[in-house]
Structures are given as C-alpha cells and as structure tokens.
Design a protein. Structure first.
Length: 286
C-alpha cells in the first residue's frame, strides 16, 4: 500500500505542476489553454530525444526541453490567444487552443512515433530503488520548488507585480501604462518553460509519449478546479488529492476507473464549494 501512496504522490505532483501552469497563463489572459498538458509532453519527448538520441549532456538537454516548452507556450499566445482576445470572442480560445494542441500532438506523433518510449535516467549513479527511486522524488521535489518560486516571483519581482496588476484588472493596468499584451506573452512563455522543465523531470514516470498532453490537460484542469482557480496552494492540494485517489482507485478497482474517480472528485468539490477548496469567490456586479 505504501507503494500506491508514493506513486500517487508522484503522479499528483505532475498534475499539480500542470495546474500551476494553468494558473500562470490564466492570471494574465483569463484563458484556460488546452495546450497546457502538451507543454509537459514536449518537455519529456524532446528531453528524451536530446539526451537519449542526440547524446547531449543532461544539463544541456534540460535547457533544450525548457526552451522547446517556452517556445510552444509563446506560440500558443501568439497564434491561439492574442487574435481571439483582440476580437473579443471570449470563448473561441477553447477552439483555437484545442486546434493548436491537436496539431502539435499529431506532428510529434508523426516524428517521434506513437509508442511510449522510456526516458533516460537523469542521475546515473542512483543507488536507490523501489520507493526511493528518482522517478518518484524528482517530480515531487520539483513541484514544491515551482510553487515556492512562483510565490517569490509574484511577491518580489517587478514582473510578478505586473502579472498581479493585469490579473486584477487588465483595463486599469493598461490605463496606467502597463503593456498588458507583453505581460501576457511573457506569462505564456514562463508557463511553457515551467511545463518543459516539469515534463523533463517527470519523464521517467510518464515516459516520452506523444499522447501524454491531452491526459495532463484534463487532469491538470481537474486539479485546478478542485484546488481553486488562481491559487497555487490549491493547485498543490488538488493535484495531490487527485493523484492519490487515482492511484488508490487503480490499485483496488483497476486503471479504467481513474477517470471516473477524477470526475467524481471534481463533482463533489464543485457541489460543496464551487470556487474550489482555496479559490476566492468571484462577485459579478449586476
């Protein structure tokens, strides 16, 4: 049973990282991009390609995976978000980001192949095995560092303050001279870099698989909704809860019940607390 818990914590950390990426992009655009999970997929696939196929050193492969994720995040904002928001078609972003995610996934599938491939070991002289294996503690440690780093970024940097100002009221931010389009582009680039980093760190757990993106997009969104939109603490709690429940469900009932448990958790939380466990209530003036 301990193995089930450790596995659940590790996969929950991946879901939490996806929820964090959602938060970063949503903070400046109010868009829940369908490409979120594909940032992780690109990090794992290109990380495996850089290290395993091209023979790059691990640090260089890591930088390459981060760069690919950042580029795709920036491309998402340019191609699928900016023009939609400029036309004020607020809900068309769902179709535009879905189209970009689908094209990206199929392109990777044609190039990389449709079968999951193992990710190279990142720590060569790792004598730990079983529950202490690096494939478990790397994603867990990384998501904690990401959450802490984002909090420090928001509170202690100029760009973090610009993110918060744009999130609170983009119109007022523009009126005060803030280039909100540039802030939004940077947020997508940052989310892409975080996704590429997380996909690289979790590659040994998730494998390098072209169809990984859609699953992480779905489960990351559920973790976000459970924890509360805009809350990094909520992302951690929601992702952890979802990972543990999915792992326990797979152990007792089989892997086919993972999605049932995930949707069930979402429904229960939304019925009890529609804004999520740590989300703030949004009041709309009428």
């Amino acid at each position: 049973m301990l193995a089930v818990i450790v596995s659940g914590l590790a996969i929950g950390a991946v879901y939490a990282a996806a929820a964090l990426a959602y938060n970063v992009m949503f903070s400046t655009s109010k868009v829940l991009s369908v490409t979120t999970g594909h940032l992780f997929m690109l990090g794992s696939v290109f990380g495996a390609w850089f290290i395993g196929t091209l023979g790059w050193p691990i640090p260089l492969g890591l930088l390459g995976a981060i760069a690919v994720g950042a580029a795709f995040g920036w491309l998402t904002e340019i191609v699928a978000v900016r023009r939609v928001l400029a036309r004020s078609d607020e809900h068309l972003w769902l179709l535009s980001t879905l189209a970009l995610a689908t094209m990206g996934q199929q392109a990777v599938g044609l190039w990389w192949g449709t079968e999951p491939r193992p990710f190279p070991r990142l720590i060569e002289q790792d004598f730990a095995s079983g529950l202490a294996d690096q494939k478990y503690w790397l994603p867990i440690g990384l998501v904690l560092v990401l959450a802490l780093g984002l909090e420090l970024f928001y509170r202690g940097t100029l760009w973090g303050k610009l993110f918060q100002a744009t999130s609170e009221d983009a119109f007022a931010a523009r009126a005060r001279g803030i280039a909100t389009d540039r802030v939004r582009s940077f947020s997508y680039l940052l989310a892409g870099a975080l996704g590429g980093l997380a996909g690289f760190a979790a590659g040994q757990l998730t494998f390098a698989f072209f169809a990984l993106g859609l699953q992480l997009t779905l489960f990351g969104f559920i973790a976000l909704a459970v924890g509360g939109l805009g809350s990094n603490l909520g992302a951690l709690v929601g992702g952890t809860a979802l990972g543990l429940l999915s792992s326990v469900a797979s152990y007792f009932f089989g892997g086919e019940f993972q999605h049932t448990i995930a949707v069930g958790l979402l429904m229960v939380v939304l019925l009890v607390k529609p804004e999520g466990l740590f989300g703030a209530k949004r009041v709309r003036p009428v």
